[in-house]
Design a protein around this ligand. Structure first.
Ligand code: FAD
Length: 561
């Protein structure tokens, strides 16, 4: 398992597998899901029952030598202590990439043109401050590292970077420092992983309500630096809404944005930091909205007769007095995928599901068009009752109905396991990934059709059998996020094929009036679409900000622009 920064008296910083998602020893299992193998066979022509390839031995990778010299190493050790300066190959490989399919394909095939030269683990803001000062004085590159879960190419050093590259891992700075109970604000160190900070808040009856699918392996600083969005954002907001105050270490000092509920202080520096992907300095801590843990938390499942009805219902819910925490509806292909990943059901449960399908068929539903939806409610028991009633009426108006708590409960339990499927597919020669966008309600249907058509054309171009499916997540007053998952059996040039399909999907978003990403950031992977998204003048403004804030391009250069 990846080695971490260990030493006397310090908490070990854990990392994900060097070659894939999540914890060593945890993997996706298909054998307890009887419909999964036939589904995948039909969708992308893959026989999942055939044995997968094994990941290469770490020692077989050719890892470039560290360029750190002894003198600078000593300087770093004087700041953070020798235990917290690591140059071994595993540490440097683990800190090279995020977890996009491009990243996983490269690391698995040993394409490691450039890794960081050293990984440092500061223990407090003063150390971060001294590290960035020393790094800029020595003209090094500093790449802040949270959980390493991004999927936009937000971490990788440029292949031709000649300066020393420092990965600044925030993992030791993981404490909830203070809760202002009167204001509902918590000061939290930037390196705190989702489970750590929710556990600490939960002990005192609070929650931040930010639960991205990557929750278990991503950090507060990473969420802020990538403009992340969690599953319950409809109620709690995206990270940009949750973060009120922030501290950022820069060579000249610490930028301190105090936690003010709302302010009229010119262009928002707080907003400049949100989404900055390490280019403006290192976020050391943030003051976040927190809420009392709700009395009731429920996720109900619903069926809609088709995608159009599901979309229309989500729009009407967003416009209504109901304010659910989650509004999610899958298209028919994604609903079929969800049914295929169910564990084997027996007895009454299986009989009930079969009977339901017979009734729907008798009522004229096309079973291939069924769309599965999850709607989440939180608050006092009476508030949840009221919201469920409002939603029930809207769902009915669009031909849908509730299928109760159990699908929602299952979804809630399994959502953090789903990411392991990507490794399972990669082991078997298939690439599966996600691309997401947001657009106004009036454009969503067209955007959906256009994206699906563009992906299919891209599959035809490269001659593969591909799959694409979608769900709506994160509803707003003016529109929503559409989240696409795609997969195909790749050939000998997986990266080239992947880039072709992913680019077609990204371009379809922009052409149909959507953004290049609703919550996965820009990195290097989405940068080609930035000027089409925010206009060349918008890019020039941003470039001006980076040039003046970081004239020698020491902070995570080449990301975003
Ligand atoms: P990292 O990957 O370590 O870093 C990301 C960027 O932030 C880098 O540019 C880094 O330099 C910068 N950074 C990190 N910490 C700091 C800091 N302290 N100061 C300055 N810059 C910093 N995202 C969502 O929003 N919602 C989801 O539901 C979601 N689901 C995902 C599911 C899977 C399976 C995967 C692989 C990814 C998912 N993501 C999701 C994407 C990813 O988890 C987010 O982008 C997350 O915010 C990254 O956080 P991290 O701590 O892992 O950051």
């Amino acid at each position: 398992r990846p080695r971490s920064s260990k030493g006397d008296g310090m908490t070990e910083v854990r990392h994900m597998k060097w070659w894939g998602w999540g914890n060593e020893g945890v993997a996706f299992e298909y054998r307890d899901k009887p419909d999964f193998a036939p589904f995948v066979q039909q969708a992308i022509g893959l026989d999942v029952t055939a044995p997968g390839v094994s990941v290469p031995e770490f020692d077989s990778l050719e890892v470039p030598e560290s360029r750190l010299d002894d003198e600078f190493r000593t300087e770093l050790e004087q700041i953070v202590g020798a235990d917290h300066v690591q140059v071994d190959a595993m540490s440097r490989v683990v800190h090279t990439f995020g977890k996009s399919i491009r990243d996983l394909l490269r690391v698995r095939s040993g394409s490691l043109e450039r890794t960081p030269d050293v990984v440092v683990y500061p223990g407090d803001e003063d150390q971060v401050q001294r590290l960035v000062h020393a790094a800029v004085a020595a003209d090094c590159v500093v790449i802040p590292f949270g959980g390493g879960s991004n999927i936009a190419g937000s971490l990788e050093p440029a292949p031709d970077e000649e300066r020393v590259v420092i990965s600044l891992d925030m993992g030791r700075m993981n404490r909830v420092l203070e809760i202002d109970e009167e204001s509902g604000l918590a000061r939290i160190e930037a390196g705190a992983l989702g489970p750590d900070l929710e556990r600490e808040l939960g002990k005192r009856g609070w929650t931040m309500g930010h639960f991205p699918d990557s929750f278990t392996h991503s950090t507060l600083g990473g969420w802020i630096a990538t403009r992340s969005s969690g599953m319950q954002s409809d109620k709690y907001g995206d990270i940009a809404d949750i973060v009120r105050g922030v501290r950022v270490a820069r060579p000249g000092g610490v930028v301190e944005i105090r936690a003010i509920p709302s302010a009229s202080t010119g262009p928002s520096v707080r907003e400049m930091i949100v989404g900055s992907e390490g280019r403006l300095g290192v976020i050391t801590e943030a003051t976040m909205h927190v809420h009392r843990v709700p009395e009731v938390r429920e996720i109900l499942g619903y069926f809609f007769p088709n995608w159009k009805a599901g979309l229309a219902a989500m729009r009407e819910i967003a416009e209504s007095d109901a304010s659910p925490t989650v509004t999610r509806v899958s298209d028919a292909p994604e609903s079929a995928f969800s049914f295929a990943t169910r564990k084997e059901s027996k007895g009454i449960e299986a009989a009930g599901a079969n009977a339901l399908m017979r009734v729907l068929k008798a009522r004229g539903w096309d079973l291939d068009q069924i769309c599965l939806s999850f709607i989440g409610y939180e608050g006092s028991a009476s508030h949840v009752r009221y919201e469920k009633k409002l939603v029930r009426k809207i769902v009915r108006r669009h031909g849908g109905f509730s299928v109760g708590k159990s699908p929602g409960r299952l979804y809630d339990q399994k959502k953090f396991d789903t990411p392991y499927i990507r490794d399972f597919l990669l082991d078997r020669g298939a690439a599966g990934d996600v691309s997401e966008t947001a657009a106004p309600w009036s454009k969503l249907e067209h955007l959906y059709e256009h994206t699906i058509a563009s992906a299919r054309k891209a599959y035809d171009d490269i001659g593969v059998q591909g799959w694409i499916m979608c769900h709506l997540s994160h509803s707003y007053h003016a529109g929503a996020c559409l989240y696409f998952t795609f997969a195909f059996m790749h050939g000998d040039e997986p990266l080239k094929q992947y880039d072709h399909v992913k680019s077609a999907i990204q371009q379809a978003f922009i052409d149909a009036g959507g953004t290049l990403s609703h919550h996965h950031a820009v990195g290097v992977e989405h940068a080609p679409w930035l000027s089409q998204d925010i206009s060349p003048e918008g890019v020039a403004l941003m470039q001006g900000l980076f040039d003046s804030a970081d004239p020698k391009r020491n902070f995570n250069p080449d990301k975003i622009i």
